[in-house]
Design a protein around this ligand. Sequence first.
Ligand code: ZN
Length: 71
Amino acid sequence: MRCECGSERFSAHQVCHHDIFVDGSGQYTGEQAVYYSGKPFGPFTCIKCGAIYEELETKETVARSNEGCSI
Ligand SMILES: [Zn+2]
């Protein structure tokens, strides 16, 4: 969907799993790969105008963020 401002880019959330390296004591030493799983979920924030949508399909506007929280 397209935001009312014309943008099609949104900030969203997604669960991901990281495969990592550890040393002999189990301490993190580095990252191998990241696997994304699951569907991205909201709230979806338009990166251009800051409109916030709960779902992209329904185009339901939750709020408009003008609070200056940067991405
Ligand atoms: Zn927008």
